[in-house]
Design a protein around this ligand. Structure first.
Ligand code: NAD
Length: 356
């Protein structure tokens, strides 16, 4: 790898990936193409100087002229494609953006890669990689037992997961039809620093710190597998280095938890770290069960043995450790959250969750 195009690098996972890639592969150049939607935050990359092997391009992956220009003007050998509309609740409220960015945007990137990379002699393409970052939500919902594997049939249930499933199929088709050197990763729920506070863990941390209600969908017993974001970034690097072209790899954290367990854990750690609420009560008192999300998948769980065997990767961070590291990061970076938690965000989540 010499020059990576990272899409969506100002978002949660993309920015963590850029930090990890800079640390472990200091000689590569990174171009970060990000539209800066509500979820894109350039301050996730503070400290990175333009020009020092890093270039930020503010732009839309749906802009085919821009995407094509980047491919023709830069000698990109690797794409790591994170850019997406990523929040399920927003996809239920307004799916149109999800179709544009997640499907049309992915198509544009594939087309640009096909037209530039595959126009070159085959031996110049040996080291090229197009890695598409996707979700375990494409597989649908599990009962109390079983795990998603790479051969589990797709069964997406939300506009978000349907748009990601569609983009996965396009990526796979470009491998089979044109021989584009693609890789797909489907991961479970990430958590860690720089996560936008509409997602469960940062939402609960911020509300619990500020003595606000902690909205929990339904009975709180939906199960998710939690993957510490740095572990995910290392898995992506490993797939880029050693994954087999055309393959899909599931990435999970081996950390299945009910949502309510996650909320309890955060409340208890905050009580321990910053003391009880001003009322003298523990933070669990703030929990407020709210009407369940439409089509809420009951359980996701990943069988990550394929990536574990070859190319060889295991999560290094347990949930107990990762959640403490995450809480510490939010405690150490109150300005980051404060800048996001402005009026427009609050309006949105009041509407979504019906809490003040
Ligand atoms: P995020 O919402 O935090 O960040 C998305 C980034 O993409 C933002 O910086 C945004 O500005 C950018 N973006 C959106 N539309 C764009 C467009 N049209 N052109 C250019 N940039 C655009 O998302 P995330 O949580 O970091 O997720 C990254 C990827 O990982 C997504 O593809 C998502 O589907 C996938 N994923 C995320 C999780 C998770 O738990 N967060 C789990 C599984 C898969």
């Amino acid at each position: 790898m010499k020059k990576i195009l990272v899409t969506g690098g100002c978002g949660f996972i993309g920015s963590n990936f850029i930090h990890v890639a800079r640390q472990f592969l200091p000689d590569i150049a990174i171009i970060n193409l990000d539209k800066l939607t509500y979820a894109g935050n350039p301050s996730n990359l503070r400290g990175l100087e333009q020009g020092s092997g890093y270039r930020f391009v503010a732009g839309d992956i749906c802009d085919i002229d821009l995407v094509s220009r980047i491919f023709t003007e830069e000698k990109i050998d690797t794409v790591v494609h994170f850019a997406a509309e990523s929040h399920v609740d927003r996809s239920i409220e307004g799916p149109a953006e999800f179709i544009q960015t997640n499907i049309v945007g992915t198509f544009n990137l594939l087309e640009a890669a096909r037209k530039t990379w595959l126009a070159q002699p085959a031996d110049e393409n040996r080291d090229k990689r197009f890695l598409h970052v996707s979700t375990d939500e494409v597989y649908g919902s599990l009962g109390a037992t079983g795990f998603f594997t790479e051969t589990t049939p797709y069964d997406p249930r939300s506009p978000y997961s349907a748009s990601k499933a569609s983009s996965d199929h396009l990526v796979s088709a470009y491998f089979h039809t044109y021989g584009l050197p693609t890789l797909i990763t489907n991961c479970s729920n990430n958590y860690g620093p720089y996560q936008f506070p509409e997602k469960l863990i940062p939402l609960i941390i911020n509300n619990a710190l500020n003595g606000k209600p902690l909205p929990v969908y339904g009975d709180g017993k939906n199960v998710r597998d939690w993957l510490f974001v740095a572990d995910h970034c290392h898995a992506i690097l490993q797939v880029l280095a050693r994954g087999r072209i055309g393959e899909t790899y599931n990435i999970g954290g081996n950390n299945e938890r009910q949502n309510i367990e996650v909320v309890h854990t955060i409340c208890d750690i905050l009580d321990e770290k910053v003391g009880l609420l001003a009322s003298g009560k523990p933070r669990r008192e703030l929990i407020s069960f709210v009407k369940d999300r439409a089509g809420h998948d009951r359980r996701y769980a990943i069988d990550a043995s394929k990536i574990g065997n070859d190319p060889g990767w295991q999560p290094a961070v347990t949930f107990e450790e990762g959640i403490r590291r995450t809480i510490d990061w939010y405690l150490d970076n109150p300005d980051w959250s404060a800048a996001i938690l402005d009026g427009s965000y609050r309006e949105y989540y009041q509407k979504m969750y019906g809490v003040k």
